[in-house]
Design a binder for this molecule. Structure first.
Ligand code: FES
Length: 300
């Protein structure tokens, strides 16, 4: 709708009859009126000191402003971030995991090679027993390294690293953690194979892919099936690297992006280009025959 110059986004909502939370009555204190600016961000005047302080207090990510303090000078599109009946206690610091945010992360995919065929010759009890031991070992390797176990997909695993922001926790730390986790996964699988030698006709084998890049991270799903996860091109690429280990004939492929972001020296491993759908020129990767052979990197 059209509005007079000088009106705040909250004023405009009210004039348009759009319900909009405003616990402090538009005095720039409660932050319940916060909005995400969907379009027109570039043309907005910067926040004044008071608004800036509140945005910092609630750890607002980019494109979030207080509707009662924001007076647009051109066309904007906004989405209120709290329900119209929000109370003061709902205005907790912004939780990017809850509302979603784009951030740089590291993604690891793992798959158990040949397990489907192997499971056809086993009793269901044995299949579940072996798989649960495998999941437990891999889950511990990921969490001990600082990763977040996103989901189990059949006998596959998706894990995220570097989810938390901050000097010790961003994508650089995530890259180190992911490589540390991969090494531990390789070692734990070798130990598991020794333990299960009587039960397995052939040892369990892993395929792992690790990539880093921007992804949308947030709570997604429905009802009890809601959890924090990540979507985006970087996630798809990590999954494709895991699949590509079959063609390359190795246990692990790590994109050079991971090494760069984590400042990791992986020069001991062969480097090659992998063709990835939608990427001209392919993607540079390090070929790791056995994940257990990775060096250990000190965590930042
Ligand atoms: S209405 Fe309270 S900060 Fe905007």
């Amino acid at each position: 709708m059209k509005a007079v110059r000088g009106a705040s986004v909250l004023d405009i909502s009210r004039m348009g009859g759009v319900p909009h939370a405003s616990v402090c009555g538009g005095r720039g204190r409660c932050s319940t009126c916060r909005v995400h600016v969907d379009a027109g961000w570039e043309m907005l005047p910067p926040p004044r000191d008071g608004e800036q302080r509140v945005l910092q207090r609630i750890r607002a990510p980019g494109r979030v402003r207080l509707a009662c303090q924001l007076c647009p000078t051109g066309d904007v599109a906004v989405t209120p971030l709290l329900p119209a009946d929000a109370r003061a206690r709902d205005a907790l610091p912004y939780d990017p995991m809850k509302f979603g945010a784009e951030q740089e992360i590291v993604i690891l995919f793992a798959d158990l090679r040949g397990f489907t065929q192997m499971s056809e010759t086993k009793l269901p009890f044995d299949v579940v027993h072996i798989l649960n031991q495998y999941f437990s070992e891999m889950g511990e390797a990921i969490e001990s390294a600082g990763g977040y176990l996103d989901k189990f997909i059949g006998d596959g695993i998706m894990a995220l690293f570097g989810l938390q922001s901050g000097e010790q926790q961003g994508v650089e730390a995530g890259a180190r953690q992911a490589v540390t986790a991969a090494r531990a996964m390789g070692e734990r699988l070798q130990a598991l194979n020794r333990r299960l030698a009587q039960d397995l006709a052939t040892p369990l084998r892993l395929g792992l892919g690790i990539h880093a890049g921007p992804a949308i991270v947030g709570e997604m799903g429905y009802g009890r099936a809601t959890s924090i996860t990540a979507i985006g091109d970087a996630v798809n690429v990590a999954s494709r690297l895991e699949s590509a280990t079959k063609d390359v004939g190795c246990e692990l492929l790590i994109s050079t992006d991971v090494a760069q972001r984590g400042k990791l020296d992986l020069s001991a491993f062969a480097q090659q280009q992998i063709s990835i759908r939608g990427r001209e020129g392919g993607l540079g990767v390090y070929v790791v025959r056995h994940a257990a052979d990775l060096p250990s990197f000190p965590q930042t």
